[in-house]
Unconditional design. Structure first.
Length: 440
């Protein structure tokens, strides 16, 4: 019987998630330069989002990428950076990975222990050394997704294999997917290697590359950045950042029966960068599948400015009802009479939504004399917002208490953001959080 890929038959709709979900640290922080997405991993009730970043502090040597992690209770956040980041650093001077480490992918696998210990978490990563012309793949182990991570003494496990996108175990074999060779614009085709054990030996597939850029003039004719691969329901799935000319990346989908021969979805791209305000590229794409949703984690590049953040999008198979909630505004405190800035709120897209609800949660001081007012502003493009309210509503106050209120609104706008006004001219408000829920 012919196997059918339900996703390829249905197609997808795109729902804007928290954009951005993570941003660089301060100027002197290890991740104060740019962030780029690495692998996403769920263990127990916690989600782990690995990323690589570099510091804007020129005093550091080397200043190349290091690996950090953020955690969240849901795929849509809120995401919190681990206080002991970075969790994987460069090697000592003269080592194979003394320049940078990046592109981390983590698997939980208890069948193999490198030194006979209790480690069950394996981190695969790309790295390079000073003066090296190749990007190699290394391995580290830990007994917790947060680490501490111990590098394998026989690293690198695969030489000259580019940027790592994903490692999956299927039928007792491990499949490693990379972007290789790396082109002059940092994009390239996809390749695969296989092994029976995490530490190898790894054998590169003789038929590489397994996924090539589209024909000239197509949306992905410029190549791909590295992307995660998963195995589910008898298929290998990849959602990838495909570029048109120079780094203008949207997201495409491809699948394979055997892990080698991939078929591009004819309706690509499944996430068009033009649908995301101020977005020039969705790069370094990884994903989690939690039916009916596919959560897409990626590096977010901007049209109007430099720098890179991390963001999350949601794909829903066409025809499947959805209801998606994520935090859009979190204020650690508001002074008396203060009004928040529109730029502090994440955009909410209502393109595919038939319902919208905003949930406001306020913690008041014991001396509170008034509540807060929520102002809803609309935009036709997610960039230029109205200066007058589309809606507004007040949140009741109870001195010394936490009050939560959910308000349903019409979905006549294309994008919305909110502003919060502290109506109390005498007392500060310790905390205000707003969550948006869109349904369709």
């Amino acid at each position: 019987m012919e196997r059918r890929n339900v996703w390829a038959d249905r197609g997808f709709i795109h729902v804007l998630g928290p954009t951005p979900a993570l941003t660089p640290g301060g100027k002197e922080d290890w991740d104060g330069g740019v962030l780029e997405s690495s692998g996403v991993f769920k263990d127990g009730n916690t989600y782990y989002w690995y990323y690589h970043a570099w510091s804007a502090d020129e005093k550091l040597w080397p200043s190349g990428y290091r690996v950090g992690v953020a955690t969240a209770p849901t795929p849509l956040g809120p995401w919190r950076k681990y206080e002991k980041n970075p969790i994987l650093d460069h090697g000592p001077r003269g080592s194979w990975d003394d320049s940078w480490v990046a592109c981390a992918v983590v698997l939980k696998e208890g069948a193999y222990d490198i030194k006979g210990g209790t480690e069950k978490y394996y981190m695969f990563y790309s790295a390079s050394g000073s003066g090296s012309e190749t990007v190699d793949i290394g391995l580290a182990v830990a007994d917790n997704p947060l680490g501490p991570w111990r590098k394998y003494e026989k690293n690198p496990i695969v030489e000259d294999f580019g940027y790592l996108g994903g490692v999956v175990k299927v039928g007792g074999k491990f499949y490693m997917y990379t972007e290789h060779p790396i082109g002059v614009t940092d994009q390239g085709p996809f390749c695969v290697a296989v092994a029976d054990r995490p530490e190898g030996p790894w054998k590169k597939y003789e038929g590489n590359p397994i996924l090539k850029p589209g024909d000239w003039g197509s949306w992905d004719d410029g190549g791909f950045s590295e992307a995660g691969v998963t195995y589910r329901d008898g298929f290998f799935h990849v959602f990838y950042g495909g570029t048109k000319t120079t780094k203008l990346e949207s997201v495409g989908y491809a699948y394979s029966f055997d892990g080698y021969n991939f078929i591009k979805y004819p309706g690509n791209p499944v996430i068009d960068r033009a649908k995301i305000p101020d977005c020039s590229a969705l790069a370094e794409v990884h994903h989690l599948i939690e039916p009916p949703y596919i959560y897409v984690f990626h590096t977010l590049r901007y049209i109007s400015r430099g720098g890179e953040d991390l963001a999350v999008q949601v794909l829903v198979p066409t025809g499947i009802p959805f209801k998606i909630s994520f935090p859009i505004l979190s204020l650690g405190g508001m002074e008396a009479g203060e009004v928040s800035e529109l730029k502090n709120c994440l955009p909410v897209s209502l393109e595919h939504a038939s319902t919208l609800a905003l949930t406001t949660k306020c913690t008041y001081s014991r001396d509170a004399k008034a509540g807060v007012r929520v102002h809803v502003r609309s935009s036709p493009d997610g960039l230029d917002y109205d200066t007058v309210d589309l809606h507004s509503f007040d949140i009741d106050y109870k001195p010394g208490k936490t009050v939560q209120k959910t308000v349903g609104l019409k979905t006549e706008a294309k994008f919305i953001k909110v502003i919060v006004e502290n109506l109390d001219n005498e007392n500060a408000i310790p905390r205000v959080n707003i969550t948006a829920t869109v349904g369709g």
